[in-house]
Write a protein that binds this ligand. Sequence first.
Ligand code: ATP
Length: 355
Amino acid sequence: MSIEILNITKSFDSFKALSHIDLNIKTGELVALLGPSGSGKTTLLRIIAGLENPDSGSIIFDGQDNTEKSTQDRKVGFVFQHYALFKHMTVFENIAFGLKVRPYKLRPGKEAINEKVNELLSLVKMEELAKRYPSQLSGGQRQRIALARALAVEPKVLLLDEPFGALDAKVRKDLRRWLRKLHDEYPITSVFVTHDQEEALDVADRVVILNQGKIEQIGTPEEVYDNPVNPFVYHFLGNVNLFHGRVHEGKVELGSLKLDVPENIGIKNKEIVSYIRPHDIEIRVKDEGEGFIAAEIVFIRAVGPIVNLELKRLDSGDYLEAEISKEAFKSLELREKQKVFLRPKDFRVFTPEDY
Ligand code: ATP
């Protein structure tokens, strides 16, 4: 089922939680709503579900206006951060529950229910745990059962609100990869709320970045990561080094560093801010001329395949972070207190108007 969100606005008293939200979600697409706490993600999800009424705007499911429809009539399934499975029911009974409580005419027979539950148990790879009670499951297993339970009634839309938020980092990562594979196998239109950028970029077909009730950018994970439209998105999606500078005589000047002016910036813009991701910094032990600046290595963390360096620019005294591969680190034989030369390979420039 496709979802069209048209010009949705929602206030709580005088507080504007959502302003003019427009978003089209295609059938079978997995879209992540990503933003900091209070940006309006859950409110938007609740409006899609029919649990909250918008002040204005429409929610269209497959071309039909659903704005006035009740949650029951929208055929949506939910998974929440703390999905309360029924404690006194086994895993099997929990999954079967939604089917058993259907109105008489829609209720499948016992055989059909058993078949459906077994199918879902196999889909979420939990066949062996069918007889366990929720208290005998790990947090990750519980969320998989919650998902199977949401899917049992064959919803047309699946809404997930921080479904892995209460789990530890390792389990979260495993589960989101698992969810991505599951979605490829069973592509149901899904909206996934998270405040974790890595999670959104890992799991979603497209990411919607929300900030203070407004959409900042919509795009595939690659689009939003590689081409952020403004500093908020750039900051929100990863670590950055920030430099203040100016455009002067056809070059971006960041202290003694002079870089070509990117296409998005007119020559007229004088003051600029430039962002460089730590992994976009190249390190050399010799001065290679233009585009390189001298720095001192003040800290090295060489655990794992990526080496994190903290550097102090010798021209401006600013600190910045760089990430290089272990191979590059070894071949350059770097050490703390060493003078090096760095070059930003990829940098983004924004003008004050972009804020
Ligand atoms: P979080 O990641 O913290 O859950 P969120 O992005 O999901 O945040 P929402 O829960 O949608 O944000 O809330 C958006 C804003 O609207 C917040 O400032 C919140 O305090 C406010 N808000 C949400 N629901 C209500 C309500 N029922 N009454 C008053 N204010 C509300």
